[in-house]
Ligand binder design. Structure first.
Ligand code: AMP
Ligand code: TRP
Length: 279
């Protein structure tokens, strides 16, 4: 790479994000992503929110289910408060330019960069050589999703941080290689709020995930009030009462998670929750 000045993007602020069309959404998706999108539509900056149906097919999907899952995510966007008058909502596959730009970025990104991606390591497991090529190059398509619209801000959960770093690396290298500093912005991840990483209700060391075999580990957005109350009652905790301070939650992953969930849903801080419930 040449030693050029860093990219100076001067275009307008634009916010973009997406969720994969791969099945039911849970509280982690809501607090890490959906709720953030609806807050950001009030900022006045253009907001693009899509359903990542092409990302979904990096692992096997039943063809007849994929269309329904795509609509379900779109319905969740609307149900959580996204307003089509304020946000552009669309399925990724409706815009062929995502795939076209992804190909160009496949030729810009480096194998060594993708080799570091922890999500690929987790999803491919012990059988890396039997994973789809698409699963490996998944983050390159994500970079195309973002840079196609020259998005400057991307609200996501903590787990997407590395993919955003890769997006910035691709943008920077493209700008350098083609002598166009400032062509693509270097997008910022927006990882904010008290619950950017919601953990499993059964294991404070694992994130809440749709792939967890135990349904008690997660709160699905389609669960009714009784099911939710039951899962919270059964959630793993420890013997100690709640501490006075946030520091006192260190080493108590399960208690920490429940406090963060409560704070996020009540629209307050963990400090305020502890002030009310300590002891
Ligand atoms: P996914 O379901 O993996 O496509 O994720 C969709 C969005 O939800 C992304 O922005 C993720 O970062 C976010 N997300 C997924 N799981 C969690 C979690 N346990 N806590 C917080 N955010 C999450
Ligand atoms: N990889 C993201 C996830 O699993 C989904 C996604 C695809 C995305 N393209 C994106 C998120 C572009 C933000 C921006 O959650």
């Amino acid at each position: 790479m040449t030693d050029q000045t860093p990219a100076q993007y001067t275009g307008p602020r634009r916010i973009l994000s997406g969720i994969q069309a791969s099945g039911a959404l849970h509280l982690g998706n809501y607090l890490g992503a959906l709720k953030r999108f609806t807050e950001l539509q009030e900022t006045g900056a253009p907001l693009f929110v899509f359903v990542a149906d092409m990302h979904a097919i990096t692992v096997w999907q039943e063809p007849e289910k994929l269309a329904a899952q795509t609509r379900e995510i779109a319905a969740a966007y609307l149900a959580s408060g996204l307003d089509p008058a304020k946000a552009v909502i669309f399925p990724q596959s409706a815009v062929p330019a995502h795939a076209e730009l992804a190909w160009i970025f496949n030729c810009v990104g480096r194998l060594g960069w993708l080799d570091r991606m922890t999500q690929f390591k987790e999803k491919s497991g012990k059988h890396k050589e039997r994973s789809s090529v698409g699963l490996y190059t998944y983050p390159v398509l994500q970079a195309a999703d973002i840079l196609l619209y020259k998005a400057t801000e991307v609200p996501v959960g903590e787990d997407q941080k590395q993919h955003l770093e890769l997006t910035r690396d691709i943008a920077q290298k493209f700008n350098n290689d083609f002598g166009a500093p400032g062509y693509f912005p270097l997008p910022e991840p927006l990882i904010q709020g008290p619950a950017t990483r919601v953990m499993s209700l059964r294991d404070g060391a694992a994130k809440m995930s749709k792939s967890d075999p135990s349904d008690l580990s997660r709160i699905n957005l389609t669960d009714d009030a009784d099911a939710i109350a039951n899962k919270i009652r059964k959630a793993k905790t420890d013997m100690e009462p709640l501490p006075e301070t946030v520091e006192g939650l260190e080493g108590r992953a399960e208690a920490k998670n429940l406090v963060a969930i409560y704070a996020a849903l009540a629209g307050t801080t963990r400090e305020a929750v502890l002030a009310e419930f300590a002891g």
